[in-house]
Design a protein around this ligand. Structure first.
Ligand SMILES: [Cu+2]
Length: 154
């Protein structure tokens, strides 16, 4: 399991090195590049479905939507995921029409997240500051219920 994951990560790094970079993060730090984890999103799962990271580790996630519908990746622990899910349900179950910039600044908007349209790839770099179980979850209507989550052991 660990060995297979290392191989996947190594190939992801190679791919990333050849790909375009939007240059938003010059990353010239002496501590080196963050680990890259390539994640495939399908209808309704992430692959890999679980991941081990170290406390304090920064991981560059490359989410590729290989499914037919839009998916998202929301970072949070179990309680944050459930609270976010309830809020989404109250708002009609979708991010559509929601202006993140102008929303009241409550704990929901602080969750690190990206939305990935079918066929697209979106990167997100996340630092795991504290130990304990974390998750990436999709809160598009029905996806969380269908078990679309990645378990991250920090
Ligand atoms: Cu989804």
């Amino acid at each position: 399991m660990k060995r297979a994951l290392a191989l996947v990560v190594a190939s992801a790094v190679t791919l990333a090195a050849c790909g375009g970079d939007d240059g938003s993060d010059p990353a010239g730090g002496s501590s080196g590049e963050p680990r890259t984890v390539e994640v495939s999103m399908t209808d309704m799962a992430y692959s890999p479905a679980s991941l081990d990271v170290a406390v304090g580790e920064t991981v560059r996630f490359v989410f590729r939507n290989d499914g037919a519908v839009r998916h998202e990746a929301v970072f949070g622990n179990q309680a944050e995921q459930e609270a976010h899910h309830e809020e989404m349900a109250e708002m009609g179950g979708s991010h559509d029409g929601m202006d993140m910039e102008s929303m009241p600044h409550d704990e929901m908007t602080e969750l690190h997240s990206v939305v990935v349209e079918p066929g697209e790839t979106v990167e997100l770099t996340h630092t795991f500051e504290t130990s304990g179980p974390m998750m990436v979850g999709c809160h598009e209507p029905g996806h969380w219920e269908a078990g679309m989550k990645m378990i991250i052991d920090v």
